[in-house]
Design a protein around this ligand. Structure first.
Ligand code: GLN
Length: 243
């Protein structure tokens, strides 16, 4: 079982889970972690251990250089305000709409949702779902539980801190995990992932590895599309330089 323990104890021990190596089929992807507020450092550390190149994102140019983005837990109202203040809200929404893989954990999941009763400003709204903030109560009602997650062979030790719950999902949104009382706590919508708990403060890298593989697929898909486009231009001679 994966216990909830401090990062420093395991970061020094291991540098590469599952002996992951970088090859043509397993390219190094560059993942950003939105670093305006919340527990972004824990995600940075976990993603590095899980085999990605990682950087903190606070500016537009940092946002434009990443292949995928994690929005961490924290305070969704604060992160939403800072996204606007740092001029990132619209550019991020646009990048997500054009296919940027994003994983929102807890407050990050709230920001991805299309419907958030009680949020004092509009969220990014990129996943068709209704999410309820603080659905389990206050800080003292935080809890940990073993969660069955679709696609993972063994249960995941999930830590819920002032967590939201997903009340409803739209068409095409895949439910990955529910609590015993049936509340939805993890979903996937194409290359968008949302979890109501905090994998980054456990020692279990499986969801970080899942996100890295989603980003890797999106990158190779994008490269395939680009080379397909170039190829068809070459074959049909439909470029601007025709004579
Ligand atoms: N309750 C917080 C919010 O509504 C989320 C808490 C968390 O990210 N752990 O934004």
């Amino acid at each position: 079982m994966h216990q909830f323990r401090s990062k420093s104890s395991w970061l020094d021990e291991e540098t590469n889970f599952q002996g992951m190596t970088v090859t043509d089929h397993n390219p190094l992807v560059h993942i950003g972690v939105l670093a305006l507020q919340g527990d972004f450092q824990e995600h940075v550390a976990m993603l590095r251990v899980a085999g990605a190149e990682v950087s903190e994102v606070r500016t537009l140019s940092q946002l434009s250089s990443v292949d995928g983005l994690v929005i961490p837990g924290g305070e969704s109202t604060t992160i939403a305000r800072l996204l606007v203040a740092f001029g990132l809200m619209e550019p991020l929404r646009e990048r997500i709409e054009s296919g940027l893989p994003v994983w929102g954990t807890c407050a990050g999941a709230i920001l991805l949702a299309s419907d958030v009763p009680g949020l004092d400003r509009p969220p990014l709204g990129c996943v068709a779902m209704t999410i309820e903030r603080n659905a389990f109560g206050t800080q003292v009602d935080s809890f940990e539980t073993e969660l069955a997650i679709a696609g993972l062979e063994e249960v995941f030790h999930a830590v819920f801190i002032r967590a939201p719950a997903i009340k409803d999902v739209g068409k095409g949104v895949e439910v990955l995990a529910r609590l015993e009382n049936d509340q939805i706590v993890a979903i996937r919508d194409g290359s968008l992932l949302a979890t109501c708990f905090h994998p980054e403060i456990t020692e279990d890298p499986r969801l970080h590895e899942l996100f890295i593989s989603i980003v890797r697929d999106a990158v190779s898909q994008g490269q395939a599309n680009k080379s397909h486009l170039l190829e068809s231009q070459f074959v049909t001679g439909s470029g601007d330089n025709r004579d």
